[in-house]
Design a binder for this molecule. Sequence first.
Ligand code: 16G
Length: 247
Amino acid sequence: MSPGEPAGELTKQETVRRYLKAQIESGMSAHEKLPTERDLAASFGVNRLTIRRAIDDLERHGMVYRVQGSGTFVSATPISKTLEFTSFSEDMRQRDMVPGSLSVSLSVEPAGMAVGYALGLSPALPVVLIRRVRTANGAPMCLETTRLPAELVPGLEDGIHGDSLYDDLADRFGIDVVRADQQIQATVLGQEDAAELQVPPFSPAFLVQRTAYDARGRAVEFAQSLYRGDRYSYTLSIARTSIPKES
Ligand code: 16G
């Protein structure tokens, strides 16, 4: 769902996109042909432009490819599946660093409008708020502010068992976080955040916002992570989805 859109009311394009994505992930084979835009438009009772835009989005994410005059086909290796979804702890271990947390604060507060929207919760419902300075080899790397629906994680406000939130969610609450929508933005650190990350004010940082979902499709976490720009980098493995035409 895109920001500004009311939760629970999907646009037609988003409905089609989710339907096709689910079809692809739940059993279509590589190179299998998708129904035609005309047939999809008829089944969903929408115009072809809506279908085309939904497919454009899947193409951008590497899930399908188009062959002019033939149709749209499922990609051999959907990129969205090969992009790795990791927790901070896993991410650091992959970089041969030891993950940890320097300071932690936990509380319970009403979700409010923005977080309620992201988690599909009424703004008045409580969320558990966790703020952690995450470390790599003992040095601050990231400032993490995470909110989870309180009703899904009773007792979490008393503390995370161990260093990894995701391990604790799985072990204590049976919540397996499997997927996330994520946005990465460049920013600079305000004074307080900079002090916690032990860098001068206005140092550059990455702000990563994540809405994470469990296997049942429930939004279970809304997190904002501020990574020190001097210590962190993003690496993506990407594949070309359409070959440029010869001129
Ligand atoms: C990552 C996630 C964060 C999650 C944390 C859990 C991003 C941008 N954020 O930092 O949402 O809460 O991992 O890590 O990737 P943990 O299991 O080590 O506590």
